[in-house]
Design a protein around this ligand. Sequence first.
Ligand SMILES: Nc1ncnc2c1ncn2[C@@H]1O[C@H](COP(=O)(O)OP(=O)(O)OP(=O)(O)O)[C@@H](O)[C@H]1O
Ligand SMILES: [Mg+2]
Length: 344
Amino acid sequence: MSDDGDEPVPIGVKLGSTRTVIALPDGDDMEIIRTLTCLATYEDALTGEERVLYGDQAATEYPDRAQFMLRSGLPEDDDRAELTKKFFDALIEENDVPENSVVVYAIPTIDNEQGLANLQAVIEDSPIGQEHVESYPESLCGAIPAMGDGLEAINEIFVSVNMGSTNLEASAYRRGEQLAPFATGAVTGNEVDRTITNHVEEETQGRVNIDKTTAREYKEEHADFVDFEPFTDVIQQPGGGSHEFTIERSVMDACNEYLDEAVDEVANSFLPELANDYMKVYQLALDQPIVLTGGMACIPGIVDEFEERLSEELNRDVEAVSAENPDTAATIGAQRIAAKLSED
Ligand SMILES: Nc1ncnc2c1ncn2[C@@H]1O[C@H](COP(=O)(O)OP(=O)(O)OP(=O)(O)O)[C@@H](O)[C@H]1O
Ligand SMILES: [Mg+2]
């Protein structure tokens, strides 16, 4: 495919600490590229050259070596920035993401100038986005597909809560302007995974130790606030034989603790700050549905449960909504902004 003379393609990008998601139009459809944000290198057995593997393949084939370079959320130092660049360039090359493009990428609301500058460099120095590159907050991008088929969210006043792997973020938006940004690293998907690991050890009377990846998979496959079903798994024991066990409580205990803490942060840290700085906006925003975005918002039933617990905590009725797929919502929203920018 030749890029010359064609219209630039509008592309949305989110480089997350757990997963990276890219969205680009494919005829009338949207192509979604979704992969684990990790990288493994190995030496070509014939030529001795360094080869790069990324994503699920790297995690599965090289579990001993795969590096999640954004584990803390952003590429904070030069080494991580270099790894992130390698990862992103390999991803783009393998998927033929077009260079002649307008790229909008979602950025976390974290006070980390160096990390954000490194992320910016990774995207801007990559082959894509030759026409234009711009960033928007992840919690704004993620709210866009939750609020309509177009860019309705950009004209509204509302609160968005982004439930990610390394941070819980909350902001109010006033026609796209971010107000009272809040973030905490204390209530996170990663913490849920650690808690599941500990609970599983207790629930099995010390017989089963799972790693963080397995805990994340249990959560992603089984967590459900509406109808959770106990599930069984098998571990191979050292010295042979296997041990089958059933998990009844560990996953949902961890998720319930998470949700209580998330509601507490929103009700007792973020919202009081917002009310303090922008009383009127606070009142207007709480009359609108609160948008939940990010991977943790994918757990079935979490939106209704958040709505109920937050209403109780605030002693007033609030509504909550999310996009159909909260984990890819930020990328979809970024893509819609890119499409609008490339029109103008
Ligand atoms: N279907 C699912 N069910 C439960 N949890 C999920 C699901 N999909 C993703 N998650 C969890 O959501 C988290 C990742 O969310 P997201 O992709 O929004 O984070 P991120 O942007 O990479 O992280 P951060 O912004 O915090 O750095 C992980 O903890 C992941 O396990
Ligand atoms: Mg995120």
